[in-house]
Design a binder for this molecule. Structure first.
Ligand SMILES: [Zn+2]
Length: 176
């Protein structure tokens, strides 16, 4: 990475922290679990709110199951805020108590993540790792990777067949 690229990334990260202030919760976290919505991203704001309404009305939950979402809205990638980090999630059996749930809006069995989506997830992980030292790059998991850890057969491709969790972990922490 050139010095210029490093500086640009640092500057963009500062902008991310300013645009999306995330405060440390009293509750501690150990993992970040990545999902996709599987539904196509129709590129309007309503996707994230639609999922929230579905989780509240159809599933009977207090709020959307995830803590964060990453969604393309009017050709810009946005970070969506879900349930509070003081509250356990409703997204991954066995990991709801320890894992922060993040959902990529879109179907990544069929589509490739854009650089902007990856960067948003990278910045989010960087911030969450600053706040919660128990989260290291090895604790950033795709939903599908949680099944073997629980000795269960893998039921889903989530966060998508075209998402390489190894590449993402490597991007976040090149040493691991
Ligand atoms: Zn999932």
């Amino acid at each position: 990475m050139t010095l210029w690229t490093k500086w640009k990334l640092w500057y963009e990260y500062k902008r991310f922290c300013k645009a999306y202030p995330i405060a440390k919760s009293k509750k501690n976290w150990n993992y970040i679990i990545l999902h996709h919505s599987w539904s196509p991203d129709n590129k309007v704001t309503s996707d994230w709110e639609g999922i929230r309404q579905y989780h509240i009305k159809e599933c009977g939950w207090k709020d959307i199951g995830y803590h964060f979402g990453i969604e393309l809205v009017n050709s810009a990638v946005q970070l969506k805020i879900g349930r509070s980090l003081e509250t356990i999630g409703a997204h991954t059996k066995g990991f709801n108590e320890t894992g922060i749930g993040v959902c990529l809006i879109g179907n990544y069995d069929l589509n490739i993540l854009s650089n902007d989506q990856l960067k948003m997830f990278y910045f989010l992980c960087k911030r969450l790792m600053e706040l919660y030292p128990d989260i290291n790059a090895k604790h950033i998991l795709g939903h599908r990777e949680t099944y073997p850890l629980l000795n269960k057969p893998v039921e889903k491709t989530c966060p998508g067949k075209l998402v390489s969790m190894n590449d993402i972990r490597n991007l976040i922490s090149p040493e691991t």
